[in-house]
Write a protein that binds this ligand. Structure first.
Ligand code: NAP
Ligand code: MG
Length: 462
């Protein structure tokens, strides 16, 4: 695959400060497909200075002008959507049809939503005898993971640009190629030099240097809770705003009145999609005791359908980690009914679609984020029991409720400690705020709520 050997800083591809590179591996066949530069603190510093220099001009550009540039960026993403899908398939391993629809399609929808929002958003409001100005926070340090590599970039960069902020991005080391492609798209869309800057590199080196840089005014991070905690501590010490999109262990609650087959089938598809590497995946399926055996049978049949359609997980380390969780599930007494801890193929980082029955709420596989194609079925006795189980983890990112009647599902959803709930299989909405209760994070992404994260208020009294 084509890769740049420099960093995109101040509107041009510039040589990296150091000589080290990072290999990019296709987890479907273990082949090295490219190398990208491993950024250092020096590259981060150059990028932050460029973003700082560009800030005043971009912040004072009329919102309609910012909207037009974001619209142009969306159009470039549309024109290059096949290349985006092929790139994500090569570095993440996801099957091409999924890359086309989700990894390329969703960022286009999100970029389009911010082109519209930037034009319509009210950056000024009247409150009594005050005028409140909503002003951009400044230079944004964005750190993104590999699981939805372009979506997570666009979900930070598009609202930041709409708000009038400038950005330095450190993408995941496993998926830097689509980040480089995004930088090309920014360039083609005619954004002013320095408004968006890209530094590829390792988390503890380039990522940490970005989070710690004095010239960064706001940090937006998506990834593991462990690293999120460190980033939050750095931001706290420097008294700068931080947005954290962290892990999840979401519950799919199937109430007795629901269409059981539909709820189980959609639930299994939700967990297997992207090989289980979705922070909002409904990895715990909660079923009433009377319907439990039937649900297990349906889930096993659904999981078998994914046998050879599912892509690999992102790398060998994640494969070993997921297999470790499956072994732990067996060791703690859960009943393995599909899949297992053996790699289904000799080549590539594949994990078999796996289903556990007889999972109890205290088991490790019911509490920790596995980030692989592993579903746990838990049994509940009544609604209060279901709610206790659903809310009984440190996380609160997403969830689902199924019931015969929408009002019944909504009543249950109101009692859940979580940031998003899909009612009877509701569709993805790029305008709906996305983010976590409890340890799933701080702040919201997408739509007007996501835009608000990049703004600060100034009140003028008259
Ligand atoms: P991670 O280490 O948290 O990676 C997320 C991003 O943070 C990457 O760009 C990473 O760089 C960077 N990073 C790592 N250490 C850093 C540091 N000390 N300072 C600043 N930035 C740093 O996540 P991971 O290791 O890729 O995945 C581990 C687990 O995290 C997964 O199994 C999953 O449970 C969870 N996860 C959650 C999400 C989510 O969407 N909520 C996404 C991905 C992973 P590198 O790429 O160089 O490490
Ligand atoms: Mg990592």
């Amino acid at each position: 695959m084509k890769a740049h050997d420099g960093m995109y800083i101040d509107g041009a591809w510039q040589p990296a400060a150091g000589k080290d590179t990072i290999p990019v591996v296709n987890p479907a066949d273990d082949q090295v497909i490219a190398h990208v530069p491993a950024g250092t603190a020096a590259d981060i510093d150059t990028a932050v200075r460029a973003a700082r220099a560009a800030f005043a001009g971009w912040a004072s550009a009329p919102p309609a002008e910012r909207a037009a540039r974001i619209g142009a960026l969306r159009d470039v993403l549309v024109a290059r959507k096949d290349e985006i899908a092929e790139t994500v398939t090569a570095e993440l391993g996801s099957p091409l049809p999924f890359s086309q629809v989700v990894h390329a399609g969703v960022p286009i929808a999100v970029a389009g939503s911010y082109a519209e929002l930037a034009a319509q958003y009210s950056f000024e409001e009247r409150l009594g005898n005050s005028t409140v100005l909503l002003e951009p926070v400044g230079v944004v340090g964005a750190i993104t993971p590999w699981n939805y590599p372009l979506h997570q970039i666009v979900a930070k960069v598009a609202p930041a640009l709409a708000a009038g902020c400038t950005v330095v991005l450190k993408p995941a080391e496993d998926t830097p190629l689509v980040a480089q492609l995004f930088a090309e798209a920014v360039h083609e869309a005619g954004l002013p030099a320095g408004v968006f800057n890209l530094v590829t590199g390792l988390g503890p080196v380039a990522g940490q240097a970005l989070a710690e840089h004095d010239g960064v005014d706001l940090i937006s991070f998506t990834g593991s809770t462990a690293v999120g905690r460190q980033i939050g501590a750095i931001a706290g010490a420097a008294v700068k705003p931080v947005a954290l999109e962290l892990g999840g262990k979401s519950a799919n609650v199937i109430l007795p009145s629901a269409d059981l087959a539909k709820a189980v089938n959609v639930g299994v598809a939700n967990v297997m999609s992207n090989s289980g590497q979705t922070c909002s995946a409904w990895t715990r399926m909660l079923v009433h005791a009377d319907q439990y055996d039937e649900a297990v049978e349906l889930a096993v049949a659904a999981a078998h359908k994914y046998g050879d359609r599912i892509g690999p997980v992102v790398n060998a380390k994640q494969q070993a980690r997921v297999h470790g969780y499956i072994e732990k599930g067996v060791a703690e007494g859960a009943r393995l009914v599909a899949g297992g801890p053996e790699a289904p193929r000799e080549q590539g980082c594949f994990v078999s679609p796996t289903v556990f029955a007889d999972v109890t709420p205290d088991m490790t596989i019911a509490q920790e984020e596995i980030f692989g194609p592993v579903l746990s079925l838990l049994k509940y006795e009544d609604e209060d029991d279901a709610l206790r189980i659903a809310n009984g983890t440190v996380y609160g990112l997403a969830g689902a409720v199924w019931a015969g009647d929408e009002a019944e599902a909504v009543a249950f959803a109101r009692r859940m400690d979580t940031g998003q709930v899909d009612i009877n299989g509701g569709r993805f909405n790029p305008l709906a705020p996305f983010g976590g209760y409890k340890q799933s994070g701080v702040g919201r992404e997408l739509g007007p709520h996501g835009l608000g994260e990049y703004l600060q208020t100034k009140s003028l009294q008259f």
